[in-house]
Design a protein around this ligand. Structure first.
Ligand code: RAM
Length: 346
């Protein structure tokens, strides 16, 4: 679906593509869309954000940060995205944006490979490609805006669950979609860290809620039924952890089965306050979108190419440097609990 504002219902990919072609409103007309070559750069600051799916407050917040940034440098913000976080659901949007000649696409990938051809066609046509939140294979984009290191994100979640279950017992993971680049990287590192540092904790199962609220809710119920000795759940997705918390909060497991992972304070507040959840982690998604927008601008204008050592200005966040493999790191994950959750509103 296509819109310049953050809140709107999802359309099918086909309808959205048609709407985009008809409206043409993502293109900053008069700026020579497609002229995005790195030599000399372009002034086509038409930047479209493409989240994994629409309807997720995490991406509403990241798009809010992007819109703020793009407003600061007088570009054109837009957001499009599929209703479902499936591997190739973003392809048709990318193709349409390429036809429209936007300056940059900033995408959180549902699959590291499935959107690569479409992205590389976009790049061949002069569109800059930034991944944020969930990467593609590095050869399909110019830079990846990483919210925190995979090691750091894995460690904080395992440390939290270990603390909450007293260092021993069965745990499970409720993830997003099975192909998500970001969750899969974090899960792999969580498995390694569990194996090396927590011999008394057993990961009994990993299930996938597809970043869909109802599916995640149902998968939580099934996990608890299948594993009667389960002591904790890690959900490294804001959709999953909120759905799992909702299930636990009215179940017999409230307060006895621990839940942690990655959540937004606004979605988790009631579950921290009612004792279902002790603590969880995240970064600020608004800052992530803001940084991705400034990286897009720097690519469009030819200030950076994505090479290691490139530096660019990111407005209120300061100056950032591109690291190896075209990665730009936002910062460290942050832990929320009853003491501090009142200080946050996203
Ligand atoms: C969900 C999405 C997103 C992830 C967060 C933690 O909103 O899966 O990609 O980064 O959770």
């Amino acid at each position: 679906m296509f819109r310049n504002k953050r809140r709107a219902g999802a359309l099918t990919a086909l309808a959205a593509a048609a709407a985009l072609v008809l409206s043409g409103c993502a293109v900053d007309s008069g700026t020579g869309g497609g002229d995005g070559g790195s030599e000399g750069g372009s002034d086509n600051l038409s930047i479209t954000f493409l989240p994994k799916n629409l309807g997720n407050p995490y991406f509403d917040t990241s798009s809010g940060g992007a819109e703020e940034a793009i407003g600061e440098f007088d570009g054109t913000f837009a957001e499009v995205g599929p209703a479902e976080a499936t591997p190739d659901s973003q392809v048709s949007y990318i193709n349409t944006l390429t036809q429209q000649g936007v300056g940059a696409i900033a995408v959180s990938a549902n699959d590291p490979e499935a959107i690569c051809d479409a992205l590389n066609e976009a790049r061949d046509a002069g569109v800059k490609v930034v991944t944020f939140d969930s990467d593609t294979n590095p050869e399909c984009r110019d830079v990846f805006i990483n919210q925190a290191t995979a090691e750091g994100i894995a460690k904080v979640q395992v440390d939290l669950i270990a603390e909450q279950i007293g260092g021993a017992g069965e745990i499970a993971i409720l993830s997003a979609s099975a192909n998500a680049t970001n969750q899969n990287a974090w899960i792999e590192m969580m498995e390694e860290y569990l194996a090396s540092d927590f011999p008394d904790i057993t990961l009994v199962e990993t299930v996938y809620g597809d970043d869909d609220d109802q599916t995640s809710f149902d998968k939580t119920a099934a996990l608890l039924q299948t594993h009667p000795n389960l002591k904790g759940i890690i959900s490294p997705t804001t959709v999953g952890i909120a759905a799992a918390a909702r299930y636990l909060s009215t179940s017999e497991y409230k307060g006895t089965v621990a839940l942690t992972g990655l959540g937004t304070p606004n979605q988790m507040r009631e579950y921290v306050e009612d004792g279902t959840v002790t603590s969880f982690a995240l970064w600020n998604p608004a800052d992530l979108g803001y940084l991705a927008a400034f990286a897009s601008k720097a690519l469009i204008e030819g200030d950076i190419t994505g090479a290691e050592g490139d530096t660019f200005d990111a407005g209120k966040l300061g100056e950032y440097t591109v690291e190896a493999d075209g990665v730009v790191l936002l910062g460290d994950p942050f832990v929320f609990d009853a003491e501090n959750i009142g200080d946050f509103d996203f």
